[in-house]
Design a binder for this molecule. Structure first.
Ligand SMILES: [Zn+2]
Length: 177
């Protein structure tokens, strides 16, 4: 197909196929997020995918480990890097249920990640779109492709449900005799 080699002539078709894949992988990331929420960590999950195969799965483990660095994205990068014995992940896509914070966005750039797909936008901490655009800053030596808002309602509902539960538990002792 003429022009197909550079992918430009069929951007629309490729994008719609990619959207279906993106939703499939985001569901896997949501499953990871639920594991975190069930244990009392803010429910954020991530899967790192290479050529249709999951290289690493991770969820937020900040409460579990007591580490401020134990965000799902960082853990997924570490696990994939160690298992693959390579730090450069430019042929990989990370799916994460919440827009990365500045630390994680920086880690994605350090890993030279190929593409980031996230679910919920984060107006308070988001460093891929909302507050900063660290993942594709033209001044940086590496830019990754960024696609936000995939299965956003599901990702937002999971987070809202978690925080609502926390608030209700915090109120509970006051209402008890
Ligand atoms: Zn983070």
């Amino acid at each position: 197909m003429e022009g197909a080699a550079d992918g430009r002539c069929c951007d629309v078709a490729v994008e719609s196929m990619t959207d279906l894949d993106d939703e499939q992988w985001m569901r896997e990331a949501l499953a990871e997020a639920r594991l975190a929420g069930a244990r009392g960590d803010v429910p954020v999950g991530a899967v790192l995918v290479h050529e249709g195969r999951v290289l690493a799965r991770a969820h937020n483990e900040r409460e579990l480990t007591g580490s401020p660095l134990a965000h799902a994205e960082v853990l997924a990068l570490e696990r994939a890097g160690r298992s693959q014995k390579r730090w450069r992940l430019d042929d990989c896509t990370l799916y994460v249920t919440l827009e990365p914070c500045p630390m994680c966005a920086g880690a994605l750039v350090q890993a030279r990640l190929g593409k980031l797909v996230f679910g919920a936008f984060d107006a308070r901490h988001g460093a891929a779109r909302s507050l900063y655009q660290l993942c594709d800053d033209p001044r940086a030596p590496h830019q990754l492709r960024v696609h936000g808002g995939v299965l956003e309602p599901d990702c937002v509902a999971l987070l809202q449900g978690f925080f609502q539960g926390l608030r209700e538990r915090a109120k509970a002792p006051v209402t008890q005799p």
